[in-house]
Ligand binder design. Structure first.
Ligand SMILES: Cc1cc2nc3c(=O)[nH]c(=O)nc-3n(C[C@H](O)[C@H](O)[C@H](O)COP(=O)(O)O)c2cc1C
Length: 411
């Protein structure tokens, strides 16, 4: 086992890391990065990233479900040599974490997806690019490299999606994540109030907001406009891009079904992950359709506001698919201790959505890297406190799970 390079405590660890330049940003946790991002981003854009949907019950309850579980520390274990290294699909990952796909990350920083992918590469973890990214998959592969996964939103015209899958393969992506929790567009009322759309438009509702954030205007929007005009969704086929530039409405695919997943399995021979599973019977079905992994997720509390929190349903899903499928989870894992809880519950890994986004909004690749370093150092500290020298030592005996966190489901 390798000695852990971050085996000390406190914020000094963050500035001493050997694998990335120290960021001058004064942020000691993800909440600090969030408040710095709030200062620099137009409100419409900040809220697009930060908020949930409708009354934001899903956003609040997904975090509460993680916080409700406590750790039972194990003491008097020699933890001087510890590692959080793991493997995903037979290849090493430096942490039990991947960067979640987040559409429009490129609006937070110029070529933001490339910056976040570089941060993931520096930290030795996978980066997942969204179908709805501002930078094309080919540019991310050429300019960032690293371990790249692609998130697929299927379109009503399946032939367009199969062409996209061919493109993903040609661009050299390792894994495909198909998102299945977005049959229709989410009801994000705050976006309508503040005039935020994708692709972005400057309109009466957001012109002042943009004008009050000159750093973002000059360093992000103006740079895009000088290069190629208003940023668009570069993985979309030209016909869809044109349609959306006339009327910015998300393309819904409410006909997506299990046959599509089977077809996708035939067309993609690399690791296939299904994102947005919240029921054990769906998890079993995803396995039967040939998925290699699922991501237990409620889309960061951004879609169905009455959805069950992912962490609450995780144990039941793990118990039903067991070792037959890798189970990842995301939604509200904002501290290293949250990630440790997920691994102790039995998850293969977690995904981080908003954290790296706050980082990139504040300081590009260095800021995104800082977000990931913070999580890494927090995981390391919690492993030491719980007497865990490797992820193998993390199991449910470390967890105190309240009865409110054990859901039951009628199948
Ligand atoms: C701004 C933003 C955009 C997102 N875009 C996508 C997307 O394009 N595809 C997708 O599958 N999930 C998307 N998600 C959901 C994330 O992949 C992930 O499930 C969620 O952010 C995890 O929760 P966390 O932000 O609390 O870490 C998005 C999330 C955010 C915050």
């Amino acid at each position: 086992m390798q000695a852990n390079s971050t085996a000390s405590t406190g914020t000094d660890v963050i500035s001493k890391v050997g694998d990335a330049p120290a960021s001058p940003v004064k942020a000691y946790n993800l909440a600090d990065l969030r408040s710095l991002a709030k200062d620099v981003l137009p409100r419409g854009l900040f809220e697009f990233v930060d908020r949930g949907t409708e009354d934001e019950h899903a956003l609040v309850s997904m975090r509460a479900a993680v916080a409700a579980v406590h750790l039972r520390p194990r003491v008097l274990v020699d933890v001087s040599m510890r590692t959080q290294a793991t493997e995903f699909f037979g290849r090493p990952s430096a942490m039990p974490l991947a960067v979640a796909p987040t559409g429009a990350a490129g609006l937070l920083w110029f070529d933001g997806e490339i910056e976040v992918a570089r941060a993931a590469r520096r930290m030795g973890i996978p980066f997942a690019l969204s179908t709805a990214s501002i930078v094309s998959m080919e540019r991310v592969a050429a300019e960032a490299g690293g371990r790249l996964w692609f998130q697929l939103y299927m379109w009503p015209d399946r032939s367009m999606s199969w062409e996209l899958v061919d493109r993903v393969r040609k661009a050299g992506y390792e894994a495909l994540i198909v998102t299945v929790d977005t049959a229709v567009s989410p009801n994000r009322e705050y976006n309508r109030h503040n005039g935020f759309t994708l692709p972005m438009r400057i309109n009466r509702a957001n012109a002042w907001d943009v004008a009050w954030h000159p750093r973002w205007f000059f360093k992000v929007l103006l740079k895009y406009m000088l290069r190629s005009g208003i940023p668009s969704l570069e993985n979309y086929p030209e016909s869809l891009k044109k349609k959306m530039s006339e009327k910015p409405t998300p393309v819904k695919c409410d006909s997506l079904n299990w046959d599509d997943l089977r077809e996708l399995r035939k067309r993609w021979d690399g690791p296939l992950l299904v994102k947005g599973i919240l029921r054990s019977d769906d998890a079993v079905r995803a396995r039967e359709c040939g998925a290699d992994a699922i991501i237990v997720s409620n889309h960061g509390g951004r879609n169905l506001d009455a959805s069950i929190p992912p962490f609450r349903v995780l144990p039941e899903i793990l118990d039903s698919v067991g070792n037959r499928l890798d189970v990842f989870v995301d939604g509200g894992f904002t501290r290293g201790s949250d990630i440790v809880k997920a691994i102790a519950m039995g998850a293969k890994g977690t995904f981080a959505g908003r954290g790296p986004l706050w980082g990139v909004a504040v300081d590009g690749a260095d800021g995104a890297c800082l977000a990931l370093q913070i999580l890494r150092d927090e995981i390391d500290r919690v492993m030491a406190y719980t007497g865990s020298t490797s992820l193998l030592a993390l199991d449910r005996s470390l967890l105190d799970i309240p009865s409110s966190n054990s859901s039951s489901q009628a199948n």
